[in-house]
Design a protein around this ligand. Structure first.
Ligand code: AMP
Length: 475
């Protein structure tokens, strides 16, 4: 189950959190459009509302009014290719002997099956095949024996993979980031409380201040009265595995993730793209919206004669092309979504810039469109390295067979999309623009070597799965 999602958690000094949670989910809508949900607690009881669809459709006034309490969490979920699945909408909420729990998860565990089998043998009943429910059951079980912090620590020693979690345990809101910090999570300060969110743009929406990123392996417990938070470094790691694709494609440009403003990173990547493979054409244009910051950095670095122009208009009411399950529908969606502005293109040599090529649908359609609009030459520049392998850590990236770069050289891809030239960015440029070493990044989709021990795949480091059933909080 690939959970590519947005999570949030808020505690205030007595103000109902339903509306601030709702606004922050709006700010994180790009991280998931399949379902949206909120769980709150008022000190006596847990309330929940989870529904399929966009945030704006999932809640009405009455729903928000019914979510009582000044502590709560929220979630937006990304659709997994093809299937719309009601069972996995989040937050997952449940009442156990150890209290009520709500869980919102962004990421993907890779030892879910082992854990589920073990817990099922102990009598736990599961209602979905998702990994979030497994985390909830494991945590609930540990809470029967230990205090909150030790229970979370024990659960962290048993789950393997990527996770940024926001959790309610009765009225206490907590946030956890996996030991490699694969998916983002940050802390913000509000006028009357604190917030945990996948991206800082959600904090801005609430007029809050970004405090800092949650550290890899860290637990953050918000005070129930909104007065502050406590932190516990529950797992120490020497190496992180931050997902570079958050900065390249997934996150909002106005978010700061792991100390880097996404917009600036994309501009730097655009500059690096010019330095590595710049070509002087009459115009440089982005594929809106994802290519925009790259193209502006690229055009900045290019000589004066290269004009930055908007040559493609986007119909913003068409959803992300990935939602379309068949190739035919995906091609149609690109046509619906993008239309060339003839006067910027006609009779010109054109460089078109996008953040990434996955299946190759967008770029081949685009090149065709630009030629039809009268372009003389079409050069394609991509702000990421070729995506050669699938993502197991939470980005819905298509299977290996669908990836155009999985078994083709750059020249073969160029031929396939029929561009005059095609260049990708190097892995070195990615690490440099993120100010991180390559060994602290998850580069699985561009190297085929993962920072996790995934069955049937290569790993780029010395990793070990936790041995399920034998771990303790003191390990
Ligand atoms: P494709 O058309 O399959 O080559 O996909 C590339 C286009 O989809 C680019 O314009 C990207 O901005 C966008 N994209 C890249 N990764 C994803 C993803 N995981 N989900 C949805 N869209 C993506």
């Amino acid at each position: 189950m690939h959970e590519k999602c947005g999570v949030v958690g808020i505690s205030t000094a007595g103000r109902d959190v339903a509306r601030p949670l709702y606004y922050s989910l709006y700010a994180l809508q790009h991280r998931g459009q399949e379902s949206a949900g909120i769980v709150t607690h008022d000190g006596f009881q847990q309330y929940e509302h989870v529904e399929m669809g966009l945030v704006g459709d999932a809640f009405d006034e009455d729903d928000l009014d019914s979510l009582n309490g000044s502590n709560g969490i929220g979630h937006v979920r990304y659709p997994t290719s093809g299937s719309v699945n009601n069972c996995c909408a989040q937050p997952f909420s449940v009442s156990f002997k150890s209290g009520s729990l709500g869980l919102a998860h962004n990421g993907n565990l890779i030892n879910t099956d082992e854990l589920r089998e073990e817990l099922a043998a102990l009598g736990h009943a599961f209602t979905s095949d998702g990994d979030t429910e497994v985390i909830a059951h494991d945590l609930a079980r540990n809470l029967l024996e230990e205090d909150l912090v030790r229970a979370v620590k024990r659960t962290m020693s048993r789950i393997h993979g990527s996770y940024s979690l926001t959790i309610t345990h009765d009225e206490t809101v907590l946030g956890v980031r996996d030991p490699q910090g694969n998916r983002p999570l940050c802390i913000g300060e509000l006028e009357d409380g604190y917030v945990l969110a996948s991206e800082s743009a959600a904090i801005d929406t609430l007029d809050g201040e970004l405090v800092r990123d949650v550290k890899p392996g860290e637990l953050v417990v918000l005070h129930d009265d909104g007065s502050g938070f406590d932190t516990y470094q529950l797992v120490e790691t020497e190496q992180t595995a931050h997902c570079f694709f958050e900065h390249v494609y997934f996150a909002r440009p106005d978010s700061v993730i792991d100390d880097e403003l996404v917009y600036e990173v994309r501009r730097d990547l655009g500059r690096a793209l010019w330095e590595e493979s710049g070509i002087e054409t009459d115009v440089v244009m982005p594929v809106p919206d994802s290519g925009r910051s790259f193209a502006s950095g690229y055009a900045d670095a290019a000589p004066e004669g290269v004009e930055f122009a908007e040559g493609l208009m986007k119909n913003r009411y068409v959803g992300r092309t990935f939602i379309m399950p068949t190739q035919d529908e995906r091609e149609r969606a690109v046509r619906l979504k993008l239309n060339p502005i003839k006067s910027t293109v006609e009779g010109k040599t054109v460089t078109v810039i996008d953040d990434s090529i996955v299946r190759g649908t967008t770029s081949s359609q685009l090149v065709e469109l630009l030629y039809e609009a009268g372009a003389e030459e079409v050069h394609v520049r991509i702000g990421a390295p070729p995506i050669v392998a699938p993502c197991y850590m939470g980005i819905d990236m298509a299977s290996r067979e669908e990836l155009i770069a999985a078994d083709r050289s750059v020249e073969e891809i160029r031929e396939e999309i029929q561009a005059d030239s095609l260049s990708y960015l190097s892995i070195e440029a990615i690490a440099e623009s993120l100010h991180k070493s390559e060994t602290d990044l998850c580069l699985g989709c561009v190297t085929g070597e993962y920072p996790y021990d995934i069955e049937g795949e290569q790993t780029d480091r010395d990793v070990q799965r936790p041995v399920v059933g034998h771990s303790s909080a003191d390990d």
